[in-house]
Design a protein around this ligand. Structure first.
Ligand code: PRP
Ligand code: URA
Length: 207
């Protein structure tokens, strides 16, 4: 699996705001939104473009647009906070939804929502989820996408654990990972260390 760790001072500063336990929910959401913009920008670095003629007020010149805008798939709840920034950068993108809540005791993914286009053949997909911990939720999401014939999938995460990266590698599923950091590991509750806590609660408050 190709893994791209986005190494940029602005990304590191925004991640620091998100890690800080004193950051209130609105500022956490703002930092996630801004960091998502940087991650999407990097995720699209090698995206193919098509060219077309555009007239400036002075002359006609060559313009470009994304050849294949990705389908955006936030994993609810926490991925919701990444949709607005991604959609603003790629306004022509469609958005699908997957809802998964991790069982607090077993740490297994419990799916509760799937709203995706019927066929994803030939469609690049960006899965938006700030946290890749055990990798169970992401793996389940990837399996849903592959069942719909997706072959070009990018997991856009903020914090990844080595255990989650290994789980995706072992799955053999067609995915690349773009993340702001790979942290030290998981604790006994399968939370990422140092991480940032519960990304859903930190945006929306506790369930
Ligand atoms: C978080 C996070 C991921 C998942 C990661 O969601 O947003 O979806 O945990 O953990 P995993 O890699 O071990 O599966 P959570 O289940 O807490 O739900 P929420 O987004 O509704 O808070
Ligand atoms: N989900 C989160 O929101 N945070 C973690 O550290 C692990 C899973």
């Amino acid at each position: 699996m190709r893994t791209h760790i986005v190494d940029h001072p602005l990304a590191s500063a925004l991640l620091t705001i998100m890690r800080d336990e004193r950051t209130p929910n609105p500022a956490f959401r703002g930092a996630l939104r801004d960091l998502t913009g940087i991650l999407i920008y990097e995720a699209l670095r090698a995206a193919p473009v098509t060219t077309f003629e555009v007239a400036t007020p002075v002359a006609v010149t060559e313009g470009v647009r994304l050849a294949h805008p990705p389908l955006l798939v936030p994993v609810l709840r926490a991925g919701l906070g990444m949709v607005e920034a991604a959609s603003e950068l790629i306004p022509e993108s469609r958005v699908g939804f997957v809802g998964i809540a991790r069982d607090e005791r077993t740490h297994q993914p419990v799916p509760y929502l799937e709203s995706l286009p019927e066929s994803l053949a030939g469609v690049p997909v960006f899965v938006l989820d700030p946290m890749l911990a055990t990798g169970g939720s992401m793996r389940h999401t990837l399996e849903l996408l592959v069942a719909r014939e997706a072959t070009d999938i990018t997991a856009v995460c903020v914090v990844a654990a080595p255990e989650g990266v290994a789980a995706l590698e072992e799955s053999g599923l067609p995915v690349r990972l773009v993340t702001a950091t790979i942290d030290t590991g998981l604790n006994e509750n399968a939370y990422i260390v140092p991480g940032l806590g519960d990304a859903g609660d930190r945006q929306f408050g506790p369930r």
